[in-house]
Design a protein around this ligand. Structure first.
Ligand SMILES: [Zn+2]
Length: 283
């Protein structure tokens, strides 16, 4: 059994709230870097699990590119999820909850905090990054939107994004979107036995569901690549996907499993080649 990702990869000790905040600031600034074209202005948001039923999430209105320790707020995910469970709760209940958080902390969570709470409700998810990448939204704002979630174009897509992505049709941001997103996420886990690594929201953007901040980085990078390759494939006359058999073979191949283990380490991978090291070989 692997260590929960909110434990240090080096010592196995639980990361402190301060360490988690530092990781989240670094991830936010990286995803917000203007040259990457993932977000502009105050778009996008990030979150990490800080303990059972708790998360740090980006505050409303702040910019990821220049995020600092004042741009995040710690909230009880359970309080947010309880509102989603209450069919009588509407957008006014959300406004009231946010006002309460603002009174207590001086900061208001992002409007998309409910989606982060839904992601972090899934046990294997530790860190979440939400962006509006131009190269992905090119597809998500086209008539081929769903194709990006249902088509596998090349093997590394399977390694990083997994064999099955989640797709959510367009719904205005708010509690209805959060409820639909959470239901589709639960259905996905039920059907496939594991969480998706990525959720595509039509006419909106992506959620990267990582087991660590570095995995959120890799998922986001790979989604951008998939968006660009898919756009090119459509322009080049049409998409030639990998077959379902190809995808499940790649998903289960031991050398791909090795690469995934290497990638799962929090450090940048020293070797992402196909050949696992031979434990019996002398140095
Ligand atoms: Zn968004």
């Amino acid at each position: 059994m692997t260590e929960p990702a909110h434990r240090s990869a080096v010592t196995g000790a639980p990361r402190t709230g301060a360490a988690r905040l530092t990781e989240l600031i670094e991830l936010s600034r990286s995803l917000g870097a203007p040259a990457r074209d993932l977000v502009i202005l105050a778009e996008g948001n990030t979150s990490v699990r800080t303990g059972p039923g708790r998360m740090l999430v980006k505050a409303s209105g702040s910019s990821m590119a220049v995020a600092d320790e004042h741009d995040f707020v710690e909230v009880q995910t359970e309080a947010l999820v309880a509102l989603l469970d209450d069919p009588a709760a509407g957008d006014q209940a959300v406004t009231d909850l946010y006002a309460e958080v603002e009174r207590e902390t001086g900061r208001r969570p992002s409007v998309e905090a409910f989606l982060h709470a839904a992601c972090l409700e899934v046990e294997e998810v530790d860190t979440v990054g939400h962006t509006h990448p131009v190269d992905v939204n090119t597809i998500l704002c086209s008539r081929h939107a769903e194709l990006i979630a249902t088509t596998t174009l090349f093997p590394d897509q399977v390694v990083v994004l997994g064999p099955h992505a989640l797709f959510v049709p367009y719904i205005d941001p708010g509690i209805v979107l959060a409820r639909t997103f959470r239901q589709r996420l639960a259905d996905h886990v039920e059907r496939h036995g594991r969480a998706p690594r990525i959720a595509y929201l039509a006419n909106h953007g992506i959620f990267a569901l990582g087991r660590s901040p570095s995995e959120v980085e890799r998922i986001t990078q790979m989604a951008v690549k998939v968006g660009r390759v898919l756009t090119g494939s459509l322009a080049a006359g049409g998409v030639q996907s990998l077959s379902t058999a190809d995808v499940s073979r790649i998903d289960s191949r031991s050398d791909e499993a090795f690469r995934r283990r290497v990638l799962d380490r929090d450090q940048p991978p020293a070797d992402t080649g196909h050949t696992p090291p031979d434990p019996g070989a002398s140095a």
